[in-house]
Structures are given as structure tokens and as C-alpha cells.
Design a protein around this ligand. Structure first.
Ligand code: NAD
Length: 262
């Protein structure tokens, strides 16, 4: 353990289990001395998050459904009461109806379009607005995106549109909050074996394809994503904002698959 985040307090949103990207980030930032609060979505997830939070010394857990303003107000209220301030926030929350993460994009329903954008994009704006008054000494906010935002990936469908909107929101929020010393960035990992990842049609094939073709011949790991988060959330990231940082073994630089796989 070193102390890159010693004295900093942060809220981690989006741990569902020990394979969650948010958990990889929580472990890495806790190892650097950060003090953490966690939000979980409903009782069932709460039971899973509690022991994980305890293992990094946290007992500040709040139940948040990002579509429910009252739960957001209550959560930020509790954190303000306990800590007064917030140094960083990790937003690792996304949702789309699994039935529309397969088949043709053209068939996206209006209801699922709205819900996917609300949970996966608008929620970042909601939490940034609530974190803002608690970051009077400056702060750092990160979210999680995916390269399906600007390149078509099989069956990513409406989530690609949601991630494009999320990445644009990162740039607008970075500009809005920059004068107050608050940085806003996104980490864009390649495919990961998580609950959300498994909901996307053909997830296994996508995972294998990127693993066998990426320049590093490997997908991202929770450790590497965590390390990137440590950089962005610590003072070493002081001059970086509005950025989308890719952690995908280099897959995004390719124009076509490796010749050995053709
Ligand atoms: P995950 O299933 O572990 O985490 C998703 C989280 O979103 C869960 O904790 C869930 O409770 C939360 N969530 C969904 N709807 C919510 C709501 N209404 N209110 C509050 N929380 C809600 O999966 P993950 O892969 O760790 O996903 C974390 C982030 O990483 C997401 O933004 C996802 O799009 C992104 N991401 C995932 C991959 C991948 O391949 N798994 C790749 C790049 C980016």
C-alpha cells in the first residue's frame, strides 16, 4: 500500500458483486488510502456489497436507485452529514433491457431508449450536481464508458447511443465544473465478464475476439482499470479533465483483426 489517496473520501456507485468494475476500482483506491462510501441498488445487492465494503474498512452504505430523486437526496444527505465533503465520485452504473441488447438496433423501443439513457447517462449529471456543493476544495468524478459509443459493436445497440451521450456529458460537465476545480473523466475498458457485460448478446464471442486481436493479446483487468482510476482520482491526474481513457489492451487502435485470425 502507498498513500496516493490518503486523506481523500469518495463515493463508489455501482458495486453489484466482486466482479463489478466499481469493485475493482474500490479495491485499488482503498489500497492507496482512500476512505470510501458505497451506494448499492436495493436490498439484495446491499447484502452482497456490505461484506465487500467492510473488507476495505467502509461502513457507509447508501441505497440508491438513480431513477429515484428521493433516494439520491437521502444518500447524498447522509454522506454530507457524516463527511461534510467529498473528494471523488465513481459512477459505474448502466442499464438497458437485455431483450434489446440482441437483434436489430432498429427495433429499440421508445420506453427502453428513455430508460437506458436515463440510467446510463442522465444519472451522471444528477450525481455531479449533488456532489458539486460537497467538492468545495475541488474534486474528481469518473464514469465508465465503452468503445461501442462510436464504433458499432455487435448487439451493443442502444447502449452505444447511451455511452455516446455519456461521453459528451463528460466533456460538458468537465467544462462546467472546471472553474470550481472539479475534474470529470471517463474510463473506457474493453469487454469485461460482469453482470452488465453478460447481458449483451454474443458477449463471449466479443470477449474472445478482443482478447485474441488486441495488440496486447489481452482484455482489461479489474486491477488495470483500478490503477487508471487511482491516477484520475489522485493529484497525479490534476491536469486531466474531459478525457476518455481507454483500457482495452489497445484494441481500439486496430483497423482490422490480426492476420493470424483471418
Ligand atoms: P455490474 O453489473 O457489476 O455493474 C452495473 C451496476 O449498475 C450495478 O451495480 C447495478 O446495480 C447498477 N445499476 C443499474 N441500474 C441502476 C439504477 N437504476 N440505480 C442504481 N444503480 C443501478 O457491471 P459492470 O460491467 O461493472 O458495469 C459498470 C459500468 O462499466 C457500466 O457503466 C458499464 O456500462 C461499464 N462498462 C462495462 C464493460 C463490460 O464489458 N462489463 C465495459 C465497459 C464499460
Amino acid at each position: 500500500m502507498s498513500d496516493l489517496l490518503k486523506g481523500k473520501r469518495g463515493l463508489v456507485m455501482g458495486v453489484a458483486n466482486d466482479r463489478s468494475i466499481a469493485w475493482g476500482i474500490a479495491r485499488a483506491v482503498a489500497a492507496e488510502g482512500a476512505e470510501l462510501a458505497f451506494s448499492y441498488q436495493g436490498e439484495a445487492f446491499g447484502k452482497r456489497v456490505e461484506p465487500l465494503a467492510a473488507s476495505v474498512g467502509s461502513d457507509l452504505l447508501v441505497d440508491v436507485d438513480v431513477t429515484d430523486d428521493a433516494s439520491l437526496d437521502a444518500a447524498f444527505g447522509r454522506i454530507a452529514e457524516r463527511w461534510g465533503k467529498l473528494d471523488f465520485l465513481v459512477h459505474a452504473v448502466a442499464f438497458s433491457n437485455k431483450d434489446e441488447l440482441t437483434g436489430r438496433f432498429m427495433n429499440t423501443s421508445r420506453a427502453n431508449f428513455k430508460r437506458s439513457l436515463e440510467i446510463s447517462c442522465y444519472s451522471l449529471i444528477e450525481v455531479a450536481r449533488r456532489a458539486h456543493p460537497m467538492m468545495a476544495e475541488g474534486g474528481s468524478i469518473i464514469t465508465l464508458t465503452y468503445g461501442g459509443s462510436n464504433r458499432v459493436t455487435p448487439f451493443y445497440n442502444v447502449m452505444g447511443v447511451a455511452k455516446a451521450a455519456l461521453e459528451s456529458s463528460v466533456r460538458y460537465l468537465a467544462n462546467d465544473l472546471g472553474p470550481d476545480g472539479i475534474r470529470v473523466n471517463a474510463i473506457s475498458p474493453g469487454p469485461m465478464k460482469t453482470l452488465a457485460g453478460a447481458a449483451i448478446g454474443g458477449a463471449r464471442k466479443t470477449f474472445r475476439h478482443t482478447e485474441t486481436n488486441a495488440p496486447l493479446r489481452a482484455n482489461a483487468t479489474l486491477e488495470a482499470i483500478g490503477g487508471t482510476a487511482v491516477w484520475l482520482l489522485s493529484d497525479w491526474g490534476a491536469c486531466t479533465t474531459g478525457e476518455i481513457v481507454t483500457v482495452d489492451g489497445g484494441y481500439h487502435v486496430l483497423g482490422m483483426p490480426q492476420s493470424e485470425n483471418l
